[in-house]
Ligand binder design. Structure first.
Ligand SMILES: [Zn+2]
Length: 184
C-alpha cells in the first residue's frame, strides 16, 4: 500500500514531456556546422537536468509534431537568435532560430561556445523564461550592455574539448531557480 501511495504521489508531480526537433545542418556553407545540432540537443538536455526530471524532452521525427523546433538561420534575422511562440496540440511551444556565428580561426571552441550558449538562451525563452538584467544569467539581455566577449569567454575557458560542453550547463543559480519554478 505504501508503494502504491508513493507512486500516486509521483504521478501528481506533473512531469512535463515536450517533443523537440532540430533541423539538420544540410547546407554548411550557409553558416551552420554539421555538428551544431548536437549543441542544440545538449542545451535542451541541460534544461532537462536542471529540472531534475520535471521536464523531459522527446525527439520528434518531424518538425510539425514538435513543441520546440530549432532552425539554423542565415542572413540578418537577428544578432544571435530568436524564439517565436507557437501552440502545438494546445501546449505552448516555440520556433527557435539560431544564427550561426562567424568562424573563430584558431579557436573553434569559441564558436562552439557561442552556438551552445545561444541555443541555451533561445530554448530558455521557448520554455517560458524571460530576460534578466544579471550578467551571470544565461537569460541575460545584451541590451543591458556589459562585456559581451567576456560573457562568452568565461564559458569558453571552462572547455578543453568540445565534449566538455556537456559537463558545463552554462546557467547560473538563478537560471536554475527560475526553470524549476516553471516546472515545479
Ligand atoms: Zn533573449
Amino acid at each position: 500500500m505504501r508503494l502504491v501511495a508513493l507512486l500516486l504521489l509521483v504521478g501528481t508531480a506533473h512531469a512535463v514531456t515536450l517533443r523537440y526537433w532540430v533541423q539538420p545542418c544540410t547546407k554548411p556553407d550557409a553558416g551552420c556546422h554539421t555538428g551544431d545540432p548536437d549543441l542544440a540537443q545538449w542545451a535542451l538536455e541541460a534544461w532537462q537536468a536542471a529540472t531534475a526530471g520535471k521536464l523531459s524532452f522527446e525527439r520528434s521525427a518531424t518538425a510539425a509534431k514538435a513543441h520546440i523546433r530549432l532552425y539554423w538561420a542565415n542572413g540578418n534575422q537577428g544578432l544571435y537568435g530568436e524564439a517565436r511562440p507557437i501552440e502545438v496540440d494546445g501546449v505552448r511551444g516555440a520556433e527557435v532560430y539560431i544564427l550561426p556565428p562567424a568562424e573563430t580561426p584558431g579557436d573553434p571552441l569559441l564558436r562552439e561556445t557561442v552556438v551552445y550558449l545561444t541555443c541555451l538562451h533561445e530554448t530558455g525563452h521557448a520554455l517560458g523564461l524571460r530576460h534578466t538584467a544579471a550578467f551571470a544569467d544565461i537569460m541575460y539581455n545584451f541590451q543591458f550592455g556589459g562585456d559581451i566577449p567576456e560573457y562568452f569567454g568565461r564559458y569558453r575557458r571552462l572547455l578543453s574539448a568540445r565534449d566538455d560542453i556537456r559537463k558545463h550547463a552554462g546557467m547560473s543559480v538563478d537560471d536554475r531557480k527560475r526553470i524549476t519554478e516553471l516546472f515545479p
